[in-house]
Design a protein around this ligand. Structure first.
Ligand code: 13P
Length: 252
């Protein structure tokens, strides 16, 4: 079933105390739908999920390794993020792909591990500026989804985030029409992989310079189910404002 979600990816920001303080703030202001999911750094997952224990706000990890245990210095396993209180995990974020060299095959291993660990994965896909300029957007998105989801039995649990690399952290979001076109294409690929209608059931979020000024126009597009927000998710008042705007377009 499609969900309406606003998610905050804090990237490498916020200490434990800052994360808890945000959690307590959002808990006071957030009620009902759209759903909220926060992705703090690993170090704050436990404290944030404890602070949010009696709320509907979800907590997730920004990354994980695909093995459960072993000699992988510096890595965190699915079991560990689950144990710390996360129920979600971002897989294949553009910064993981482009700064840390994660490829589609590695991302697929992580997707399989997430599916086997009762974590809801958000598979992040998106083309670079060069790829868009050279009309490669659809080819890239199709490959990232087909390889990323390979050997994953269709699970309505999987969420996809379309985050064009050129729009991340640049202030230049994709236009609602550009984003919507790719979201429709993602739904077509899902339907081609998992059967007619499945593309209409999967939740597809847009990410890349989402802010209070543009969330409503993006959310007005039928194929956009919400946002995965970076920079503008770091302040509680701004995040709550975006949540209210998403609610006004999608819920009532
Ligand atoms: P910005 O909202 O800062 O562009 O980041 C988007 C993002 O990477 C969310 O995962």
């Amino acid at each position: 079933m499609r969900r309406i979600i606003i998610a905050g990816n804090w990237k490498m920001n916020k200490t434990i105390e800052e994360s808890v303080s945000f959690g307590l703030c959002i808990k006071k202001m957030f009620y009902g739908k759209p759903e909220v999911i926060l992705f703090p750094p690993f170090t704050a997952i436990k404290a944030l999920s404890d602070a949010l224990y009696d709320s509907d706000v979800g907590v997730g990890a920004q990354n994980m390794h695909f093995e459960s245990t072993g000699a992988f210095t510096g890595e965190i396993s699915p079991v560990m993020v689950k144990n710390a209180g996360a129920n979600y995990v971002l897989i294949g974020h553009s910064e993981r792909r482009h700064i840390f060299g994660e490829d589609d095959e590695l991302i697929n291993k992580k997707m399989i591990a997430a599916a086997g660990s009762e974590l809801t994965p958000i598979l992040c896909v998106g083309e670079t500026f060069y790829e868009r300029q050279n009309n490669l957007t659809e080819e890239v998105i199709e490959r990232q989804i087909k390889v990323g989801l390979s050997e994953i039995n269709y699970s309505k649990n999987v969420i996809i985030a379309y985050e064009p690399v050129w729009a991340i952290g640049t202030g230049a979001n994709a236009t609602p029409e550009q984003a919507s076109k790719v979201h429709q294409f993602i739904r077509e690929i899902i339907s081609s992989m998992y059967g007619v209608g499945s593309g209409d059931e999967i939740t597809v979020l847009y990410g890349g310079s989402v802010k209070p000024e543009n969330i409503e126009e993006l959310a007005k597009m039928e194929d956009i189910d919400g946002g995965l927000v970076g920079g503008a998710s770091l302040r509680c008042d701004t995040f709550v404002l975006m949540w209210k705007k998403l609610k006004s377009v999608k819920i009532c």
